[in-house]
Design a protein around this ligand. Structure first.
Ligand SMILES: NC(=O)c1ccc[n+]([C@@H]2O[C@H](COP(=O)([O-])OP(=O)(O)OC[C@H]3O[C@@H](n4cnc5c(N)ncnc54)[C@H](OP(=O)(O)O)[C@@H]3O)[C@@H](O)[C@H]2O)c1
Length: 312
């Protein structure tokens, strides 16, 4: 079904478009007509991969936009199981609640998604392995037949717990990733590679959008951007893709949507450019989404920010 040129091959053989568009960005969280319009504009601009979640309250809007664009089967759709209440508690996993939650997503989307992720470890309430087993059973009983399953914001210890019992290895782990998290995520990504679990990077533009100064990477991205006649944000997204990962960004603006969609056809960064971004990025530790990957996952001993731009 994939029509994108740049893809990442998942363990189950499916090709996921390497650039995804999330509808939790750019004020689209919460859904409504603006989310439908933005998703339709994204599809019309050439976006082939939509990332939604129960939490974003944009599943219905995603389904409507895909159908109204006549793009069924042409756009990759990922959703996430975000509901915490009732799925797992101190007593374990409530399989009926899990099924109901998954069926709710299928109903809101109006179709099966291509990929369904457990949104975060909180959904498991400590029962990481049993929750994965229960989700696998929904694939085996046909509820999620043909749907790839994976996780999000899982730490190394959570991936180990899942893999120890898995009959289906998670297709992906989606977490915040960009050059300022290279040092922190190195072990996690190595573990995922060992098991064939793809990395999906959300918040990829954090060094440019959320770091207070842009840090030492900003002038590097600007220089590389100039030589390719693209913008620094596009350089960052090409860098994520060059690392072999899926980049999940977003926008509700026509010009940025065009730039995101155009990434599919742009030439790769050179090996030297990738290496320079790696070298500069790994000197800083900075996280935009400070709620995930912070507990029991020690951060590297690196500066979070610079006293003044360019001083490192
Ligand atoms: N699994 C999780 O826990 C989790 C957590 C966070 C996010 N996500 C997913 O990942 C998606 C992306 O997350 P994110 O918003 O943090 O991604 P991001 O790529 O770091 O930032 C997206 C923002 O970048 C701006 N942008 C896009 N192209 C640009 C360009 N060329 N130049 C400058 N700015 C540009 C957009 O704003 P404009 O509208 O101004 O263009 C957009 O709001 C979310 O929508 C969601 O689907 C998942």
């Amino acid at each position: 079904m994939t029509i994108a040129h740049r893809t990442v091959k998942l363990l189950d053989g499916k090709l996921i478009p390497a650039l995804g568009w999330g509808n939790a960005s750019s004020g689209l969280l919460g859904g409504g007509q603006k989310s439908i319009d933005a998703a339709k504009l994204a599809i019309a601009s050439g976006i082939t991969h939509i990332d939604t979640a129960q939490l974003y309250r944009t599943e219905t809007e995603t389904g409507v936009a895909v159908r109204e664009s006549g793009a069924e089967g042409k756009v990759w759709v990922t959703t996430k199981l975000s509901e915490k209440e009732g799925i797992a508690d101190a007593n374990g996993v409530n399989r009926d609640a899990l099924r109901k939650s998954v069926e709710g997503s299928l109903q809101r989307l109006g179709a099966k998604p291509d990929l369904l992720l457990i949104h975060n470890i909180e959904a498991a309430a400590g029962h990481i392995a049993p929750l994965w087993t229960a989700l696998e059973d929904l694939v085996f009983d046909g509820t999620l037949a043909g749907v790839s399953i994976g996780v999000s914001n899982y730490r190394p210890q959570d991936i180990e717990a899942v893999v120890a019992v898995a009959r289906i290895i998670p297709a992906v782990n989606q977490f915040e990733f960009h050059p300022y998290l290279l040092a922190h995520t190195e072990g996690l990504i190595a573990l995922q590679k060992k098991h064939g679990i793809a990395t999906e990077a959300y918040g990829p533009l954090t060094p440019l959008l959320r770091h207070p100064t842009g840090g030492p990477l900003k002038p590097v991205l600007e220089r590389i951007a100039k030589t390719h006649n693209i913008d620094p944000a596009t350089v960052l997204l090409l860098w994520v893709i060059a690392k072999g990962h899926v980049a999940i960004s977003g926008s509700a603006k026509a010009d940025n949507l065009k730039k995101l969609a155009a990434i599919d056809q742009l030439p790769d960064l050179t090996a030297e450019e990738v290496a320079e971004i790696d070298a500069v990025g790994r000197k800083i530790h900075f996280r935009g989404y400070k709620v995930h990957h912070v507990k029991d996952f020690p951060a590297p001993d690196l500066p979070e920010d610079l006293p003044a731009e360019g001083k490192l």
